[in-house]
Design a protein around this ligand. Structure first.
Ligand code: FES
Length: 154
C-alpha cells in the first residue's frame, strides 16, 4: 500500500459509522423526501444557474425553518436531494415530493417558498406549479428487515 492509500484509509476509518450518519441526518424521522433537478450535467429543463438558485434557496429555507431536522416541537423532518436530472427535462427546475408523488414545474425560489409554506407545512399541494400527482403505491414486495436479517443468518 503506498502512502497516499494509507492516508485515505486512515481518513475513512476516522469517519463516523454509517449508523451514526443515519441518525445525524434524521433518516429515521424523514416525513417527506424532496428531489430537485439541479446542477445538471446537461441542463435541459432550465439553466444550471437557475437550478442552483432554487437548490440553494430550498436548502437554506429548510434549514432556517428547522424543517431539515427533527426538533422538540416537530419530531419529523424533510430530506432533500440534489438530483442531476429527473428526466422530465422541460419547464424546470423540476421538483418531486415523496411520498405524496407531487411533481412540480418551474420551481423558482418564489415557487419553492410557496411549496414550503403550503405543501410541506400546510399539507396542501400548490396547484399552480403541479404538472402531475401520483403517490407511490405500497408494493408489499419488500420483506421486513427482521426477515431479511434472519434470512441472511441461514
Ligand atoms: S435537466 Fe432537469 S429534469 Fe432533466
Amino acid at each position: 500500500m503506498n502512502q497516499a492509500n494509507k492516508h485515505s484509509q486512515s481518513e475513512i476509518e476516522a469517519k463516523e459509522t454509517i449508523l451514526e450518519i443515519t441518525e445525524k441526518l434524521g433518516i429515521p424521522q424523514i416525513e417527506r423526501h424532496l428531489l430537485l433537478c439541479s446542477d445538471q450535467t446537461k441542463p435541459k429543463c432550465c439553466t444550471k444557474e437557475a437550478s442552483l438558485a432554487s437548490w440553494n434557496y430550498l436548502k437554506s429555507r429548510l434549514k432556517e425553518l428547522k424543517l431539515d431536522r427533527p426538533t422538540a416541537d416537530r419530531p419529523n423532518c424533510i430530506f432533500r436531494t440534489k438530483a442531476n436530472c429527473l428526466r422530465v427535462c422541460s419547464e424546470g427546475p423540476i421538483l418531486l415530493v415523496y411520498p405524496d408523488g407531487t411533481w412540480y414545474k418551474n420551481v423558482t425560489p418564489e415557487a419553492i417558498e410557496k411549496i414550503i409554506q403550503e405543501h410541506l407545512i400546510g399539507n396542501r399541494v400548490v396547484a399552480e406549479y403541479v404538472f402531475y400527482q401520483r403517490p407511490l403505491p405500497e408494493t408489499g414486495k419488500v420483506a421486513e428487515l427482521e426477515n431479511l436479517e434472519s434470512d441472511s443468518e441461514q
